[in-house]
Design a protein. Structure first.
Length: 271
């Protein structure tokens, strides 16, 4: 096996041991549209995510959009199959996989130049409520292009919230996931666990009412979101919300009062 191929595979195996792979694969399953790496294999998209990015391209691809690799930046390596057309016993052409090589690519964070159209008007609102709470927890916030299947995510392994919309309820949802992760001491289920999603969306709806600044009413969207996961649990929306009410209260108290026990401090209660 070629050294670079082995290095790429070892990177994934190491993350299996650390427990990061389920998270990486979960987000790699929903690539951002209109990016070259969206058409790559799942393993290569996972390698990009593990590198700390959602967008990576070869030098020529970057140059074609007038972006250039910064001096001193290192490439990451993706796997490239070697396929040859061979003739079988019946004289028909068949594709045969001979092995794998690697190709160097660079993340968007390693480049500079003209703005990308995919990233136009994407920024984290500076006045977003509870941004300070995320920062207190050591969580970074970044804006990413959406893919029409998600509008944000929380990556616990990277302590990072990524949002693809300026809607504050999306940020609250991901912040609730982060709070739940803290309360469970890291034992949160990877992927979209129905009960965890109900906790996050119910918390987000409450936070929108308590500290939200937006005049946009998103309760209808929240209801439909919870309804989708309640159906997976064979529950009504009401039953699902009641089931997670205790956890939701702890998450809200952690976010609002920063009480690690998830309980409201008697000194912070209001009349």
């Amino acid at each position: 096996m070629k050294p670079k191929v082995k290095e790429a595979l070892n990177k994934i195996l190491e993350r299996f041991e650390s427990g990061d792979i389920p998270e990486a694969v979960a987000y790699s399953m929903f690539p951002i549209p209109n990016l070259p790496c969206s058409n790559w294999s799942l393993i290569n998209r996972t390698l990009v995510f593990l590198s700390g990015s959602m967008d990576a391209r070869g030098i020529r691809q970057w140059n074609s959009v007038n972006r250039f690799v910064k001096q001193g930046m290192k490439a990451i390596y993706i796997l490239v199959p070697f396929i040859r057309n061979v003739e079988d016993d019946l004289g028909e052409n068949q594709h045969r996989l001979l092995g794998f090589g690697v190709a160097p690519v660079f993340t968007v964070e390693s480049t500079e130049g003209e703005p990308l159209t995919e990233y136009e008007n994407i920024q984290v609102p500076a006045d977003l409520s509870l941004l300070d709470r995320a920062h207190e927890w050591g969580i970074s916030i970044k804006a990413v292009p959406g893919n029409y299947q998600f509008y944000g995510f929380y990556a616990p392994g990277r302590k990072e919230i990524a949002i693809a919309t300026s809607q504050e309820v999306v940020f609250f949802h991901e912040l609730a996931h982060a709070g739940h992760h803290i309360l469970l001491k890291g034992n949160i289920r990877n992927g979209q666990d129905p009960l965890q999603e109900v906790v996050a969306e119910l918390s987000a709806s409450v936070l929108s009412l308590i500290v939200g600044k937006s005049i946009e009413d998103t309760t209808g969207n929240s209801y439909r979101y919870i309804q989708k996961y309640a159906e997976q649990l064979n529950m009504s929306v009401h039953t699902a919300c009641v089931k997670v009410l205790a956890d939701t209260e702890k998450v809200l108290n952690l976010i609002i009062h920063n009480n690690i026990n998830g309980e409201e401090s008697p000194y912070q209660k209001v009349a």
